[in-house]
Design a protein around this ligand. Structure first.
Ligand SMILES: [Fe+2]
Length: 467
């Protein structure tokens, strides 16, 4: 942890000598900015700084007008998928930032403002391009690197995620603060591109440099998941739990990965226990959309496997109604719709569906277009499955299956849609739908090797539709 303790934070001169000059003249603000990005990249609180949330408060307090501090907060809110251009307060914040940047920002800061505001206004691909172009000119700009990494994730751009780190990792000197975290980010980009061997090498490199790099642990979990190394994955996650759980910002998701390994083995009680012990409780504390996605996903996957998780578990996902007009990324909306339906809150689910439809008809931002073309059919297909209308679910989801990557998330996360489509086909009555199953099983096996869950799906298909 020591590398990002308060003693090593950069003041204005420190940022300038790193080639990343700030327009603020407040050394305190410059240091809090460094503290903010370092904690964000590590997904972890630095106790000596009072933790991430306290750091953000101090970032603003130390210089409320500082351009880069405000830009960081706008980028953070947008990429946290909580704030959107439909939130009037956020719109005002972005407008004021843009106008002040015109007057006070230096050229690099102006580019950061442009990227953060583009993201906030829903121009997600253009924003990612802008962050990438900053990295081209400022290879050690960790804020641009982190925001680009997250933007590519939400854009479903696997290659972009890999390439952005690949082009700069050798330009960093290993003694720069946070250097080791580049290997964890690179590992995840490589993994999403299917380059599993290289991804594991990079994840191990990151973990050898810093065993607390929970994003590298996460990348390694992905590699083990996609390669069917479930026993190894489970052992790895439990053996290193005390290391990666310090990264509270991603801990829910790492517990979700641990639960996935259990589901592969049919160890449903263990997966439920992780939901009860960690995932649901962490969601209740954070009430964040990112944690909601993991919670909804794990319960849905267990139900696909025939487990009765009980309505009470779904109802542990409280206060979901406040998100129904959010629409920052449709990946969230689909998980939200499923959770609302399974809770039995059909009225709110109906309102979410209507709000999403209206959003796709009125707006033309990136997510609105993707929601219209891919998100809505996916949403409908998932809900058709929930209503046991398997033929309609299969017919709705099959034609869009190759495009679902565009809604963002990882391959492992989107496997929930693949599993639902396969289950829909197996359960369909119409031969034209259930006859698609073998093809879909092969497609899944190509992406996700040696899946025990895949073998169970194949067995279920053969039992329902014998030759
Ligand atoms: Fe993941």
């Amino acid at each position: 942890m020591a590398e990002w303790c308060a003693d090593h934070l950069r003041n204005c001169e420190g940022w300038k000598s790193a080639g990343l000059e700030l327009s603020t003249t407040s050394d305190e603000n410059a240091k809090w900015l460094d503290a903010s990005i370092r904690q964000l990249v590590s997904w972890t609180d630095c106790a000596s700084l009072g933790g991430f949330h306290e750091t953000l408060v101090n970032l603003t307090k130390s210089d409320p007008e500082a351009i880069m501090g405000r830009t960081f907060l706008v980028g953070l809110a947008g990429l946290g998928t909580e704030a959107t251009a439909r939130d009037p307060a956020f719109v005002e914040t972005m407008k004021k930032l843009e106008s002040d940047a015109e007057k006070y920002a230096n050229p690099r800061e102006k580019r950061h403002v442009k990227a953060a505001v583009l993201w906030g206004r829903g121009e997600h691909h253009e924003a990612a391009d802008e962050w990438d172009s900053i990295i081209d000119d400022y290879p050690t700009d960790l804020i641009a690197i982190k925001f680009s990494h997250d933007a590519h994730f939400f854009n479903g751009n696997c290659k972009g995620k890999k390439d952005a780190i690949e082009k700069i990792i050798n330009k960093w000197k290993p003694d720069l603060p946070m250097y080791s975290y580049l290997h964890g980010m690179y590992a995840f980009g490589l993994e999403e591109c299917g380059l599993y061997g290289d991804a594991e090498t990079e994840a191990d490199k990151a973990l050898n440099l810093n065993r607390f790099d929970c994003w590298a642990s996460h990348a390694k979990a992905h590699v083990l998941e996609m390669n069917g190394r479930h026993k190894e994955g489970k052992e790895f996650m439990y053996r290193t739990e005390d290391d990666w759980k310090k990264g509270w910002m991603i801990a829910t998701h790492n517990y979700w990965h641990t639960a996935l390994f259990h589901i592969e083995f049919g160890e449903y009680e263990d997966a439920l226990s992780i939901f009860d012990r960690e995932i649901s409780k962490r969601f209740l504390r954070s009430n964040s959309l990112l944690d909601m996605v993991d919670a909804s996903s794990i319960l849905w996957r267990l139900e696909l496997e025939g487990v009765d998780v009980g309505k009470d578990r779904w109802r542990k996902l409280e206060h979901l109604a406040k998100y129904i007009d959010n629409h920052s990324i449709v990946f969230n909306d689909v998980h939200l719709g499923v959770a609302l339906y399974k809770q039995g809150d059909l009225e709110t689910e109906k309102n979410l569906r209507a709000s999403l439809e209206k959003y796709t008809n009125v707006l033309s931002e990136d997510n609105a277009k993707i929601s219209k073309e891919i998100g809505m059919p996916l949403y409908d297909g998932m809900l058709d499955y929930a209503r046991c209308d398997y033929d309609t679910a299969a017919e709705t989801m099959f034609p869009i299956r190759d495009k679902v990557v565009q809604i963002g998330g990882s391959h492992a996360q989107r496997d929930v849609f693949v599993q639902t489509l396969i289950q829909s086909c197996i359960m369909s009555k119409d031969p034209k739908n259930w006859s698609l199953t073998p093809q879909l099983l092969i497609e899944r096996e190509t992406m996700k090797h040696d899946s025990l869950l895949g073998q169970r799906l194949a067995e279920k298909f053969r039992a329902r539709h014998p030759l």
